[in-house]
Each structure stands twice: as C-alpha cells, then as structure tokens.
Ligand binder design. Structure first.
Ligand code: B16
Ligand code: MG
Length: 216
C-alpha cells in the first residue's frame, strides 16, 4: 500500500490561480504588456521568476535583474492583498475530507508547492495542521518539472518515493511526480494531464479507503 500522499496547493487544495492571474495582469499592464486567461494557463505550477520571464518574453524590451526583481516584488505585494480575505470557504471540493480520511487511515500527508506564500495560505485555509510536512519553497533550488520538490517531501516524510502518491493540477507538476518515481494523480482534464497515472475531476473523487489500497 502507498504510505504517503504529497499534494500540490494551487489548483488542488485551493484555487489561487485567479489571484495570480489578476496580480500578474496588473503588473504587466503597468509596463504595457497584456495577458489573458489562456496565457495564464501556461503559468500554472511555474515559480515566480519563471512566470515573470514568460511574461517579459511577450515584450521586446530588455529588463535588468534589478528591474525583474522589482517587478516580481510588485506582483507579489498585489497578490498578498488579494489573498488577505481567504478562509476555509476557499478550500476546493473534497480537499478537507480527503486530508481527514488519509489521516484516519494512517497515511502520511505532505505539501509540495513552489509558492513562497504557501504557509500563509495554509494558515488562512485553517489546514496547516493537516500536513506532516510542508516543503518550504525557499529551500528548493529547482522548480517543477524537476522532481526535487517531491523528492524532498518524500525524504522528510521518511517514505520511499515509490510508496508515495503525488497529486497535481499542472502538466509540469505531473512531470515532476513521474520523474520522482511516484504514482501521479492529476486533478483536472484528462486530455491535458495525459502523463498522469489517473485523472480525477476534484478531490471528492480521490481514491480513499479500499480504493487507496488498490493503487498499484
Ligand atoms: P508565489 P503551486 C504555484 O503554486 C502557482 O501554481 C504558480 O502560478 C505561482 O507562480 C507559483 O506557485 C509561485 O507562487 O509567487 O506565491 O511564490 O501550484 O506549486 O501550489
Ligand atoms: Mg498547482
């Protein structure tokens, strides 16, 4: 039986994608770039500086490292304002019950988010205590699709990667889970997350109980 489940945050436990989009759009508009929701899809699971690089690639202007850091800070300040009002109401369907059931089954739980705001968001959602280990994005040197973040979670949970299940909504996240040698559950669209071992619409469909024991 699998011994640990490692969850992504944004798009799996809560939907902060909309807030990231509004904050990036606000920043981009101030330097004469516009982005739409379709473009925002390409930023899912990509870390802060990686997302900024993708946005700046839409412009011909060159930005120095100092300018880039100032723009990233500007986006983050706006994003922090937007997430101020988050509460347990912002948990995605099935998230709270899946975490509770796994605890009752004695399965360890971890969080693998590249967001430097993950700790704050977990506190606002009231679920910090539900995880045995949260990877601090500040300690990770390589973002998804590199497996580093999932391997770090497995190590800290003292569980062999082959005994872990990873849960992700982003293509790069599924790639990271598979490269880590774990079983990958995608949350979202089967045609997009086609590298996952199984795809579910939301955490209400998370395999639990007998279904969890049956995961190969
Ligand atoms: P921050 P996840 C990711 O969270 C988001 O999907 C991505 O859109 C965002 O750019 C990234 O966190 C970094 O977030 O600016 O707060 O550090 O999906 O890995 O939970
Ligand atoms: Mg995500």
């Amino acid at each position: 039986m699998r011994k640990a489940v490692i969850f992504d945050l944004d798009g799996v436990i809560t939907d902060t994608a909309r807030y990231h989009f509004l904050a990036w759009k606000h920043m981009a508009n101030q330097i004469g770039i516009d982005i739409d929701e379709k473009f925002n899809e390409t930023l899912k699971g990509v870390d802060r500086m990686g997302s900024l690089e993708r946005i700046l690639a839409l412009s011909k202007k060159h930005y120095s490292d100092n300018e880039k850091h100032a723009l990233a800070d500007q986006k983050n300040e706006y994003y922090k304002e937007l997430i101020k009002g988050m509460t347990a109401k912002d948990l995605l369907p099935g998230a709270a019950s899946a975490l509770k059931s796994l605890k009752e089954m004695g399965v360890k739980t971890g969080l693998a988010s590249v967001s430097k705001n993950a700790g704050t968001i977990l506190d606002r959602l009231g679920i910090s205590h539900c995880f045995d280990y949260v990877v601090d994005a500040n300690l990770i040197s390589k973002g998804k699709p590199d497996p580093e973040i999932f391997l770090t979670a497995a190590k800290e949970l003292d569980t062999d990667p082959k005994d872990c299940v990873g849960v992700e909504d982003a293509v790069v996240g599924i790639q990271a889970i598979k490269s880590a040698g774990m079983y990958a559950i995608g949350v979202g669209d089967k045609s997009v997350l086609n590298q996952a071992d199984r795809v579910i619409p939301d955490l209400n469909s998370m395999p639990l109980g007998e279904a969890f024991k049956a995961i190969p």
